[in-house]
Design a protein around this ligand. Structure first.
Ligand code: BES
Ligand code: MN
Ligand code: ZN
Length: 499
C-alpha cells in the first residue's frame, strides 16, 4: 500500500475520510463535504448512533453530489486528548475499514484543530497506524480469488503541512519495516525458517550497516555452550548463535552497547518431553524473541538510531530423536554452571543461559533486555494484553513500563526473589531446569535466567509467550505474528539512550 502526503484538496474519486469531533461537531473538512452533499453528512449522523467518539466510524456510501465512492466519518473525540497511540489506532481503524469494504484508494483530509498534536503529527501517526494495519502474510496464498485480495492501493493524507508530516512519517515507517520483518519471521513455518535460514534473513540487514555474524555448533562447542547445544542436538538443523552489531552512537565507537537477546527456538516439539499434538503447530513461533530482536535491529539501523546496540539470538530446533537430549541429562553451560535437564520442554531457558553469558563476556553491555516466548504460565497470568517483565533494576523496569504504555505494548512486572530462586536448586548439579511444580512457572523460569546475569548488569526479561501472536485483530495489528516488542524497545531506546 502506498502512503503519501500532499497539499489540501478534495479528490474527485475514491474514499474521502474526514474527522468529526465530540458530540458530532463537524471539522471544517466535514462541514465542506456536508455542503457539497446537500447536508448528507449531518443527516447521516442524525440517523445513526455515531457521535464522534474516539476512532468511531460512520460511512456514507455513494454520496449524492460527489463522484466519490464513499465518505468515511472518523470520531476524533477531543483532539487535545489524543495521544500518538490513539492517532495510530485511528489510522489503523480507518485502514481496517477500507480494507474490509474493498475500497481502492482514499484521501484523508487533515484539519488544523486547536489543542493536542499538530496536523503534521496527527497525519504522520495516523499514516503509521494505517501502514501497520495493512500488513498481510500472504506469500503462500497462491489461489486467492481477486475479491479476497486486499484492494486498497493508496492512502493520501492531505494537509497544509504535508512536508512536515512526511518527515515525521519517514522515521515511523522505518520502525514499521522492523515490525514487518518480525511478523514475517514469526509467521514463517519451521520447514522454511530454521536456524541457518533465519541467519540468512538477518544477513540481509548488512546493507543497512549492521554487522551480522553467526557461530555454528563447532564454534559454540569451543566456547563451552553445552546448555544451548544440548537443546539443538536432536535436530538435523545445525544450531546457530546469531550476533548483530549496530554502531550508531556519535563519536564513541567504543561506548558500551545496549544488548538485546532473543530466544530463537525455530520449532519446539518439547523434545523427548514431547508436547501434546493439539496446538503444537503454534510452536513455529517459539522463535518470537529472536524475531523481535532481528526486527528491532532493522528498525534501529533503518532510522539510524544514535546508539550502539547488539542483538544476540540463540537459534535451535528442539526435536526428539536418537541424538536428542534426555530428561536427567546434565549439561555444562558456558558460565561453567551445570544444569540437570529434568524436562526437555523447558528449553528456552537453556538456550538463553548461554546466549546471555556470551553477550556479557563478549560485549560488556550497559544493560541487557532479553525476549522469549518462555512459558505457557505467563499466558495464564497475564493473558494476551501484557508481557511479563522481570528485572534486577527498578530504573530499567520503569523505563520499559513507560515505553510500553506509550506505544501500547504493555508489560507487567512480576517478582524475583531468593525464595523463588531456591526452587531450582538441584541435588546433583548446580541447578535444575524446572522447579518440579507448576506454581509460579514464569517466575522460576526468570530465576533460572538470572543465574546467568553477572552482578551489576542491569537486566530485564520479557516473557512474550502471550503477546508474540494474536488470534484476533487489533487496530494496528492483523491476526498472526504481532511484532510485539519492536515498537516498545525502539521507543525505550529513543527515549532513554539517544541523548
Ligand atoms: N515455548 C514454550 C512456552 C510457550 C507455551 C510459548 C505456549 C508459547 C505458547 C516453552 O518452551 C515451554 O514449553 N515451556 C514449558 C515449561 C515447562 C516444561 C516448565 C511450559 O510453559 O509448559
Ligand atoms: Mn518448550
Ligand atoms: Zn519453547
Amino acid at each position: 500500500m502506498n502512503i503519501s502526503f500532499a497539499a489540501p484538496s478534495v479528490p474527485a474519486s475514491g474514499a474521502l475520510v474526514v474527522g468529526v469531533l465530540e458530540g458530532g461537531k463537524l471539522t471544517s473538512s466535514a462541514n465542506n463535504l456536508n455542503k457539497l452533499t446537500g447536508g448528507a453528512v449531518e443527516r447521516a449522523i442524525a440517523a445513526s448512533t455515531f457521535s464522534g467518539k474516539r476512532a468511531e466510524l460512520l460511512e456514507i456510501v455513494a454520496p449524492a453530489g460527489l463522484e466519490n465512492s464513499r465518505i468515511l466519518l472518523v470520531g476524533m473525540a477531543a483532539p487535545a486528548k489524543l495521544s500518538e497511540k490513539d492517532l495510530q489506532d485511528i489510522g489503523g481503524g480507518i485502514a481496517g475499514h477500507l480494507l474490509r469494504v474493498g475500497e481502492e484508494k482514499a484521501a484523508i483530509l487533515i484539519d488544523n484543530l486547536r489543542g493536542g498534536k499538530n496536523a503534521a503529527e496527527r497525519a504522520a501517526n495516523s499514516a503509521y497506524g494505517a501502514l501497520l494495519r495493512s500488513y498481510r502474510f500472504a506469500k503462500y496464498k497462491t489461489k486467492d480469488k481477486a475479491e479476497k485480495k486486499p484492494k486498497l492501493k493508496e492512502i493520501k493524507f492531505l494537509l497544509e503541512e504535508a512536508a512536515a508530516a512526511r518527515r515525521a512519517y519517514q522515521r515511523l515507517e522505518k520502525v514499521a519495516e522492523g515490525v514487518f520483518l518480525t511478523r514475517d519471521l514469526v509467521s514463517e513455518p519451521a520447514n522454511v525458517l530454521y536456524p541457518k535460514s533465519l541467519v540468512a534473513e538477518a544477513k540481509k540487514l548488512t546493507k543497512l550497516g549492521i554487522k551480522v555474524q553467526a557461530l555454528g555448533e563447532k564454534e559454540m562447542a569451543k566456547l563451552g555452550m553445552g546448555s544451548l547445544l544440548g537443546v539443538g542436538q536432536g535436530s538435523a538443523r545445525e544450531s546457530q548463535l546469531l550476533v548483530m552489531v549496530w554502531q550508531g552512537a556519535p563519536s564513541a565507537k567504543d561506548k558500551a552497547p545496549l544488548a538485546f537477546v532473543g530466544k530463537g527456538v525455530t520449532f519446539d516439539t518439547g523434545g523427548i518431553s514431547l508436547k501434546p499434538a493439539a496446538g503444537m503447530e503454534d510452536m513455529k513461533w517459539d522463535m518470537g524473541g529472536a524475531g523481535t530482536v532481528v526486527g528491532l535491529m532493522k528498525a534501529l539501523a533503518g532510522r539510524k538510531a544514535k546508539v550502539n546496540a547488539v542483538g544476540v539470538c540463540g537459534l535451535v530446533e528442539n526435536m526428539p530423536s536418537s541424538n536428542a537430549q534426555r530428561p536427567g541429562d546434565v549439561v555444562t553451560s558456558m558460565s561453567g554452571q551445570t544444569i540437570e535437564v529434568l524436562n526437555t520442554d523447558a528449553e528456552g531457558r537453556l538456550v538463553l543461559a548461554d546466549a546471555l553469558w556470551y553477550t556479557q563476556e563478549k560485549f560488556k553491555p550497559k544493560l541487557i533486555v532479553d525476549l522469549a516466548t518462555l512459558t505457557g504460565a505467563i499466558i495464564i497470568s497475564l493473558g494476551h494484553e501484557n508481557a511479563g517483565l522481570f528485572s534486577n533494576d527498578d530504573k530499567l523496569s520503569d523505563q520499559l513500563t513507560a515505553a510500553g504504555k506509550e506505544v501500547g505494548e504493555h508489560v507487567w512486572r512480576l517478582p524475583l526473589s531468593a525464595e523463588y530462586d531456591k526452587l531450582i536448586d538441584c541435588e546433583i548439579a548446580d541447578m535444575k531446569n524446572i522447579s518440579g511444580g507448576r506454581a509460579g512457572g514464569s517466575i522460576t523460569a526468570a530465576q533460572f535466567l538470572q543465574r546467568f546475569i553477572k552482578n551489576g548488569t542491569p537486566w530485564a526479561h520479557l516473557d512474550i509467550a502471550g503477546t508474540a501472536w494474536s488470534s484476533k485483530e487489533k487496530p494496528t495489528i492483523p491476526k498472526g505474528g504481532t511484532g510485539y516488542g519492536v515498537r516498545l524497545l525502539d521507543s525505550f531506546v529513543a527515549k532513554n539512550h539517544e541523548k
